[in-house]
Design a protein around this ligand. Sequence first.
Ligand code: SAH
Length: 214
Amino acid sequence: MSGYDAETKMAYLYALRSKGVTDSRTLTAMERVDRGLFVRGLFAERAYEDMPLPISCGQTISQPSVVGLMTQALDVQPRDKVLEVGTGSGYQAAVLAQLARRVYTVDRYKRLVREAQAVFDQLDLGNITAFAADGSFGLPDQAPFDRILVTAAAEDPPGPLLAQLRVGGIMVVPVGQSDAVQSLIKVTRLESGFDYHELRPVRFVPLLEGLGQE
Ligand code: SAH
């Protein structure tokens, strides 16, 4: 294990830049969060490579360059209240927490939320609120949100999430009819209606209904 030393950080950031993550606030946020803390077991030693890796409950921690591209597309501002659907390992939420005032993150697996919360506590990330819920309904009690990031693929951007986006707000969501073909979409809420912009092809686990078993 190399650990998150200066050399590892430099290589990590270099790989992000070479994949198109160029926004300096995003790069600084990602440099600050040690991805190695969010990957356990067999795959821990690969935490600094630009690849998705397995986590508990049969889910995956996203590829770092995809985390970077989604974060920069979300254009988070310091006073923003952000909702992330799909906590997974918690890595993406920890990156968002560097940029936003407050991050709400939900996952359908209690176990993932518990494990992610332990790392948030370790990093003293008090501006993250994590809990188990079906995120396709959003969080009506906390709405509206300035930014919404969905890290599981839906057939269409879920209606409740569109409704919980503030006017002027941005949502980034992978959309696709199948596992194989998905596009990352940036949705901006206008005074009247929504503007949709296709960013790039991606591959995410599906957004599923209800709570998971674990
Ligand atoms: N953002 C994560 C990666 C997410 S993987 C990270 O940084 O590690 C996608 C996650 O979405 C999985 O953990 C899965 O359980 C969760 N998910 C799928 N459908 C969901 C739903 N309806 N509500 C909440 N979480 C959901």
